[in-house]
Design a protein around this ligand. Sequence first.
Ligand SMILES: Cc1ncc(COP(=O)(O)O)c(C=O)c1O
Length: 470
Amino acid sequence: MSSTLAPSWRSAPRDPNALQSGVWPASAARNPQGELVIGGVGVAELVATYGTPLYVMERSDLIARARSFLASVTQACAAHGVSGSAYYASKSFISGHVVSWLIAEGLGFDVATGGELAIALAGGADPSRIEFQGNNKSQAELHRAISAGVGCIVIDAPIEAHRISAIADELGVHQSVMIRVNTGVHADTHEYLATAREDQKFGLSIPEVAALAGEIASMPGLSLVGLHSHIGSQIFALEGFLEAATRMVALYAELFAGKPQGTLNLGGGFGIAYTESDAPLAPEAMVAAIVDHVAQRAAALDIAMPHIAFEPGRAISGPAGVTLYSAGVIKPVSVTAADGSVSVRTYVSVDGGMSDNARPALYGAHYSARIANRVSASDPALVRVVGKHCESGDIVVDADYLPADVAPGDLIAVAATGAYCHSLASNYNVVGRPPVVWVDSGTHGLMIEGESLEDVLGRDRGLPSGESGK
Ligand SMILES: Cc1ncc(COP(=O)(O)O)c(C=O)c1O
């Protein structure tokens, strides 16, 4: 029976061992012993090799999503006689392996810092397939990006246009740029607000964009090749994308009339399922609808259809990832409701927490958990999976049902952690960042090493040398 402490959308499953479809990576299944197997590799083998906590990425799941996303963009655009591209949002999760897999699939890379740029370049990305974003790119970062030959820089403020122009002149090169437009549309999961959202740090308002485009036209080292918008993340509803596209096409018509055909980059934000109550539209369906909408608006304004680009992050890397933890302290906590009734919530403490997944603490994000090393015939019990950090907000999974006999030493798997978990990880409480491994077709390998205590202590210059890690 569902607990009164559970949110209304989370009901007790008939089988608390079952892997909700759409939430777990494509290949995730139980072997005859009941152990969770991802990419053909059992979790016991992964944990014996790499320990816990551990981020596991299913390579073929990530690659299949990237391939299918790009195919949907190119097909939808080809139907209107223009090119379509996809730039993977590196902020969701970037590593050398991911860069090489996505190069092979034909995606470009959206980078937001010099660090992400460095990984994309070191991983072999063609600089002309990199676009550089961000609201506060330093002079050094701009210099590095321009001298590397990045395909496009997305300008977030007028001062950046002047900085890029000066660096392009100094290097004697020509730099393509876009302007990030704050369309006033903000989408958040199931909803969108078409009212203005001026009070935020990204982009320029529509009148400011028009003024800056005029200035850029007088900068010989810069070419304005398009406009960019990103309206939010974890979006389930099409309406926000369509409203933003309507505004972008109107602005594009104003600024690109009589000029070579440009590009509208409509950002990322395609939502994924973290729990069984999330039912996002497939990103491919969203893409097709958005591209068709742009074509309709362009036809209505009697302009040539622009090229289209998107920047998916979470929709590619998120569902491919699972985090494995070891359960430690488990304790029942009695909670008294307003009507005086008392219910029990079982707190399952794991050996990681907000240092490897900050999203629940940052955004109140919800996740799904399962016991990974075995199945159990016990009834479902409401649990809260919490970390080992000194914060009561250190929650990994706010509310899910696990078999009631969950015990210290069990492996706990948390689904859909491929995006914005490793990339947002910290060293809080001097806990090292966990390693990341790939799994595929029964094999596995290290993608990013974990951070050892030696790594962390070794950076502290106030400690006597040789003491670190002892
Ligand atoms: C400019 C921009 N593009 C793309 C993305 C990727 O978003 P998502 O991972 O939700 O697809 C983000 C995320 O914050 C972003 O800020």
